[in-house]
Write a protein that binds this ligand. Structure first.
Ligand code: SF4
Length: 749
């Protein structure tokens, strides 16, 4: 298949125009109260004859449905999309509007296909087959591997969308393999792991409330990554909340919100947190009572941070020392304060968990823990995940304990394996080389997402069998598989959605799937029925499976959710409470304290000590940096920062949607004007970005968004995959890759 991306052409003028428009489009779409012209017109007029409205969701920014879509449907076709009224997130951003172009993209994968040329051929020779043939082949291959090597040799992987996670996990465990994994192996679970180790439970922080005086946004740029959240933060700002934003770039979030911007060198988050703690302690601004009663390891931390003066932190991070001190001073005076983190930026480093634990430790010292307006934990945690998955449905309570000893990651990722049933996917190449994995069932996977992607492509190619479901044929992944299955899009599939706290929604399909595309839940139930038995997979029915997942999660069947676009509120058993560590509501055993071994916030982590890691949130320089490898830095003097978000795309998604493509038609690297000038580079120039690990050719954007000496380069372009520049260097605790550190150079092509 032709690489669709290469069909596009770009002129210097359209490139520059796109860069400017992208910021404007997102800013407009995220203004609270903004309504599209069509929405305004509809408010004034009834729908045309033959037109109906149907309700669905956009999942384009985080693979999790977040914004409500009101679809305008005529003759079985979606002819327009609008933001949905009376819904938690509104309006739609440009990516939400693009869902209609995605739905009707003529390049969609519409039929199951098998390769006819052997693996290793440049052209797989895809040939259309029936679903029956696909199922028969998959069942024969997987059962063959099970008989010959054992069921654990089959890996089950769920990427984007995240919706089929419960179904995929159930499929893996009922087949007998503990080797289920998903894309959280590089996303949300390193920060979650850091929080579990430190606070005893996962958290990404808490949104500011009306009470919040100060909000610490650490490496988070919702203007581009979560437009649905950005408008809410602007409102908080208007209501008086102050913001400290930590980010190596001057993003629209920084410009709109930051009272203090801490513009650090990428990869040095831990050093900044330690310097802030030094200042907090030395100025007596920490919460002494909270620390004395509820923190383990304060004395050890105090000793450790003695050398991490704000001056030293300034030297390491590149932030002016006065700004670090001013930020800490603000924390001493503005309470309550909350922290809002991101799924991953602080943990895309070779010191991921400890850097992130530094931030969590700083918050603990400030005492803003579980107080109204501060960093709170839910009083009545929901017993289900974002897609209503529960241990009972996913089979983590009964089947997983019987097979967990055969997981592939225990020796390489012992801390991860201790906490999570899902295996750490980043070592796929090693698992295949070591004979631990022989086959894969993949939904929405992307070999390009890992550092040194060719190693993952080789691993896929070397497996005895691989099948992948997707919306499109993606040669950089599917050329290494034996079979591809066509997946239905959100407009075409059903799901239980629990993404807005206690309000649970049922998304029903509003049009039939194109061609022979099937919803992921549907093909997983059908495959499971043939592979294991229909009784375990609801007779192969997507609808019955969604009914079951809802019943396990909420006690209510699917009928109670039908026809309710406003969702169903699952009432909590009691009111929200604060300082729950005093009343025993945070621990599993009901005792006062946090759900850690000591019952305290463990700045000194007993679990990490047990596993042979440093128990304190120690700082380590990036493996390659001007300080750790000064000789290498002479050849590669710029700091490499990959993986940040842009307003028009999400990771590798949406590249071919015309309304988005116009906004960024080619892969770019952002370069500070000083660095560009020193290299004779102008905006729009074709440039080579090289690192000790690879090189790619992109176009230069010269901008003050990035700090001098660091570049920002976007990932997800098949013709210029930024992950080729990144080392396969993993954090020893979470095993996360270091996407946001490293060295590089930019030269004119
Ligand atoms: S913010 Fe945009 S991309 Fe994200 S869910 Fe909403 S409409 Fe979709």
């Amino acid at each position: 298949m032709t690489d669709k991306v290469s069909r596009w052409r770009i002129t210097r003028r359209s490139f520059l125009k796109g860069v400017v428009i992208s910021g404007t489009a997102t800013a407009l779409a995220t203004q609270p109260g903004y309504k599209t012209p069509r929405a305004r017109a509809q408010e004034a007029a009834p729908p045309e004859p033959g037109v109906t409205y149907a309700y669905t969701y956009c999942d384009n920014c985080n693979h999790v449905p977040k914004c409500g879509i009101k679809a305008v449907v005529k003759d079985g076709k979606v002819i327009g999309v609008e933001a949905r009224e009376n819904y938690p997130n509104s309006p739609l951003c440009a990516k939400g509007v693009a869902t209609i172009q995605e739905l009707y993209d003529p390049h969609r994968l519409l039929y199951p296909m098998k390769r006819t040329n052997p693996k290793g051929s440049a052209d797989p020779g895809w040939q259309r087959i029936t679903w029956d043939e696909a199922y028969d082949t998959i069942v024969a291959k997987l059962n063959g591997i099970k008989e010959k090597y054992g069921p654990e040799k089959v890996m089950f992987y769920c990427g984007d969308p995240k919706e089929p996670r419960p179904a995929m996990q159930r499929l893996a465990y009922t087949f007998g393999s503990p080797n289920y994994c998903n894309e959280s192996s590089t996303c949300a679970w390193a920060p979650t792991l850091a929080a579990i180790l430190t606070y005893g439970q996962g958290t990404m922080g808490a949104n500011p409330t009306e009470k919040t005086k100060l909000c610490l946004l650490w490496s988070k740029n919702p203007a581009w990554s979560e437009p649905h959240l950005f408008g809410k933060l602007i409102k908080a700002k208007e209501n008086g909340t102050k913001f400290i934003v930590v980010d190596p770039r001057v993003t629209p979030t920084v410009e709109a919100l930051a009272d203090i911007h801490l513009q650090l060198r990428p990869g040095t988050d831990g050093a900044l947190a330690l310097g802030m703690m030094n200042e907090l302690i030395n100025k007596g601004l920490y919460d002494q009572e909270f620390v004395a009663n509820w923190v383990q390891g304060f004395d050890e931390l105090k000793d450790y941070v003695r050398d991490f003066t704000p001056e030293r932190a300034a030297e390491i991070t590149g932030i002016p020392v006065d700004r670090i001190k001013a930020a800490v001073s603000l924390f001493g005076t503005e309470k309550p304060a909350t922290w809002l983190g991101s799924a991953s930026p602080t943990t895309h480093s070779s010191n991921a968990v400890q850097n992130h634990r530094g931030i969590l430790a700083f918050m603990a010292l400030t005492g803003n823990i579980d107080v109204e307006g501060g960093l709170t934990f839910p009083t009545h945690a929901l017993p289900f995940d974002l897609f209503a998955g529960t241990p009972q449905f996913n089979r983590t309570t009964d089947l997983w304990p019987q097979i967990r000893d055969k997981r592939a990651d225990t020796d390489r990722a012992p801390v991860w394996a201790h906490f999570f049933p899902e295996i750490q996917a980043n070592f796929m190449p090693e698992y295949v080389k070591e004979g631990k994995i022989k086959a894969i069932v993949m939904a929405g996977g992307n070999a390009m997402m890992w550092p040194q992607p060719q190693e993952y492509q080789e691993a896929l190619e070397n497996m005895e069998f691989g099948v992948a479901a997707d919306y499109y044929l993606r040669p950089w992944t599917h050329n290494y598989m034996d079979m591809v299955l066509p997946a239905a899009m959100p407009y075409e599939r059903m799901a239980a959605l629990a993404v807005f706290g206690r309000r649970v929604f049922l998304r029903e399909p509003i049009i039939k799937p194109f061609g022979e595309a099937k919803p992921d839940w549907q093909w997983m139930m059908e495959l499971g029925s043939r592979l294991v038995g229909p009784e375990e997979f609801f007779g192969g029915s997507e609808e019955k499976a969604v009914d079951a997942v809802l019943r396990f999660a909420t006690g209510k069947g699917i009928e109670e959710f039908r026809g309710k676009p406003e969702g169903v509120f699952i009432a909590p058993p009691g009111p929200e409470q604060y300082r729950k560590y005093e009343s025993g509501l945070l621990r599993n055993d009901g005792q006062p304290g946090f759900n850690t071994p000591s019952g305290k916030i463990e700045i000194y982590s007993s679990v990490l000590e047990e596993f042979g890691h440093d128990p304190l949130p120690t700082y380590k320089e990036p493996v390659e940096s001007p300080f750790s490898t000064p000789e290498l830095a002479k050849k590669y003097p710029l700091i490499l920062n990959t993986g940040s978000r842009v307003p028009m795309y999400t990771h590798s998604k949406l590249r071919d949607m015309p309304i988005l493509r116009n906004l960024m038609p080619v892969p770019i690297v952002r370069l500070h004007p000083d660095d560009a000038k020193a290299r004779g580079i102008q905006a729009g120039d074709k440039v080579i970005v090289s690192s000790p690990h690879g090189q790619i050719t992109v176009f230069a954007e010269v901008t003050n968004i990035v700090r001098p000496g660091a570049i920002d380069i976007f990932h997800g372009w098949p013709q210029a995959d930024a992950n080729k520049l990144v080392a396969r260097q993993f954090d020893p605790i979470s095993c996360f890759p270091a996407y946001k550190e490293g060295l590089c150079e930019v030269t004119k092509a």
